[in-house]
Design a binder for this molecule. Structure first.
Ligand SMILES: [Zn+2]
Length: 143
């Protein structure tokens, strides 16, 4: 059977370390070495103080559901078999908000403010997607 492939993230020079970490099942974000601001998406300059000095720090992997929708009619046909599926914005403990999918939960059970933790879904040798499930452990980032 012909299976339509989903579009995947294409790492850029700025985002490559994010995707490399995801392949190791680590959620790493840039932290400004001058003002301490943790940012996402990846960028050359700190959006707060414009410093170029940043390090990739491992996050706690914990956050809460900031917002979500349930998609019934996907814009892209490759996602049709998954519908209805959720698209969520998770606010990490470190501050940044990520677009993601919530897994291991029924769409009808998702709530704003729900505590969640990161899990990793390997798509292929290049791309592993960070997703989130209802929180079960104290330190998901430490596993
Ligand atoms: Zn800064």
């Amino acid at each position: 059977m012909f299976v339509l492939e989903k579009p995947l993230p294409r790492p850029t020079e700025d985002s490559a370390p994010y995707w490399e970490a995801a392949r190791r099942e680590e959620l790493r974000l840039q932290k400004c070495q001058d003002c301490g601001h943790v940012r996402f998406p990846p960028s050359l300059l700190c959006p707060r103080c414009l410093s170029e000095r940043a390090e990739w720090v491992r996050t706690s992997g914990r956050g809460t559901v900031y917002s979500f929708i349930v998609v019934h009619r996907p814009q892209h046909p490759a996602f049709q078999p998954d519908a209805p599926y959720n698209v969520a914005i998770v606010e990490l403990e470190e501050g940044p908000r990520l677009h993601t999918n919530l897994v291991e939960v029924e769409n009808s059970e998702i709530e704003i403010g729900m505590p969640v933790e990161v899990v990793f879904e390997k798509v292929n040798d290049e791309v592993t997607l960070p997703k989130f499930r209802p929180r079960r452990t104290e330190n998901p980032g430490e596993r």
